[in-house]
Design a protein around this ligand. Structure first.
Ligand code: NAD
Ligand code: ZN
Length: 352
């Protein structure tokens, strides 16, 4: 089979490999569509270290090609949602409620990290009964790709921040993950949603998903702008989906006492996250900071799938660039690296 791989840091290209072997609990799946992620670009640049000929990709909708002898609920030919994080569901970490850390911190993240990803004619899914979900009737595979990572991650930001009815919420970063943070906050009942971001396309889509006020991090510290907009009171909750280690300082300063921060941003640089002593209530402000890898798995995919198929969440606004066929995959990866101003998510449709 052919796959589009990271050949080494900074270099990509096609590789030929054997179709992966299917263990008794596993499935082998053929992609119907794939989406490119900012993390694919980070990976190529060396964010997780060097890899040789590792197939990229973790956002996909597919058709089951083979299942292992112990798989109960899926069969060849089923069209399926697949989450980017594919936990080992029998581990103690999963039993404790942290399936994304099954087998060790962040170990639920397997595609294009510890094994080949999904940008290939066939890919391997561990624990198929726990990690596949049937594609809802009528759902377009390109939309389904958004359920792999963008929806579950942005929504996890809203979950970690514990958004409640009527909350005023600050969303820092409105790339596709932050946009789903906005949508998740709105669905959970936020009243005022202040988004940090200025790219016109992202602002337009953020408004559709429920953001009603905007600020730019290029216009000075986020917290100063937020405090001005909230009569010095600050916001109830913050979702972080962009920025760096210094962003936590601005988030803590923007927050009311008792507030919560939900971070889903990947911190690629810096040794320490900055927490300002005074604004953190000199250690006693009840300002909580949560950070998490997205929860994956079948139940999550089924629930988010039904949110999309019921019409409550329209993921199509995220999809700005649609490519057709394997030949166009390198171009889709390239454009994600270049990030033109009108780009949110590029997807590649592989089969009708
Ligand atoms: P993205 O790069 O498209 O979006 C990030 C946005 O943040 C950009 O629009 C950028 O302009 C903005 N930004 C940069 N610096 C900022 C600052 N100081 N203040 C405010 N905004 C700032 O990426 P994305 O695809 O939306 O993903 C967002 C983050 O989520 C990435 O770090 C990604 O690696 C991470 N991620 C995490 C998980 C998870 O499971 N937790 C899953 C997927 C992606
Ligand atoms: Zn992704």
């Amino acid at each position: 089979m052919k796959g589009f791989a990271m050949k080494k840091i900074g270099e990509t290209g096609w590789v030929e490999k054997e179709i992966p072997a299917c263990g008794p609990l596993d499935a082998i799946v053929k992609p119907l569509a794939v989406a490119i992620c900012t993390s694919d670009i980070h990976t190529i640049a060396g964010a997780i270290g060097d890899r040789k000929d590792m197939i990229l990709g973790h956002e996909v909708c597919g058709e089951v090609y083979e299942v292992g002898s112990l798989v109960k609920d899926f069969k060849k030919g089923d069209r399926v949602l697949v989450t980017a994080i594919t936990p080992d569901w029998s581990t103690v970490e999963a039993q404790a409620g942290y399936s994304m850390h099954s087998g060790g911190m962040l170990n639920g993240w397997k595609f294009s990290n510890v094994k080949d990803g999904v940008f290939s004619e066939y890919f391997h899914v561990n624990d198929a009964d726990g990690n596949l979900a049937l594609l809802p009737e009528g759902m377009d595979p390109i939309d389904a790709c958004m359920i792999s990572d963008m929806v579950p991650t942005g929504f996890h930001g809203a979950e970690l921040a514990d958004i409640q009815y009527g909350d005023t919420v600050l969303v820092i970063g409105i790339g596709p993950v932050g946009l789903m943070g906005v949508a998740g906050a709105a669905l959970r009942g936020a009243s005022r949603i202040i988004a940090v971001g200025t790219r016109p396309k992202c602002v337009e889509v953020a408004k559709i998903y429920g953001a009603n006020e905007f600020i730019s991090y290029k216009n000075g510290p986020i917290d100063e702008q937020v405090l001005k907009m909230t009569n010095g009171k600050g916001v109830d909750k913050v979702i972080i989906a962009g920025g760096g280690v210094e962003t936590f300082s601005e988030a803590v300063k923007s927050l009311k006492a008792g507030g919560k921060i939900g971070n889903v941003n990947y911190l690629g640089e810096g040794d320490n996250v900055l927490i300002p002593r005074i604004e953190w209530g000199v250690g006693m402000g009840h300002k909580a900071i949560f950070g998490g890898l997205m929860p994956g798995g079948r139940l999550r995919a089924e629930k988010l799938g039904s949110l999309v198929s019921s019409g409550r969440l329209n993921v199509r606004h995220l999809i700005t660039h649609v490519y057709e066929g394997w030949d166009q995959l390198p171009e889709a990866v390239k454009i994600m690296g270049e990030k033109p101003a009108d780009l949110i998510k590029p997807v590649v449709r592989l089969e009708k």
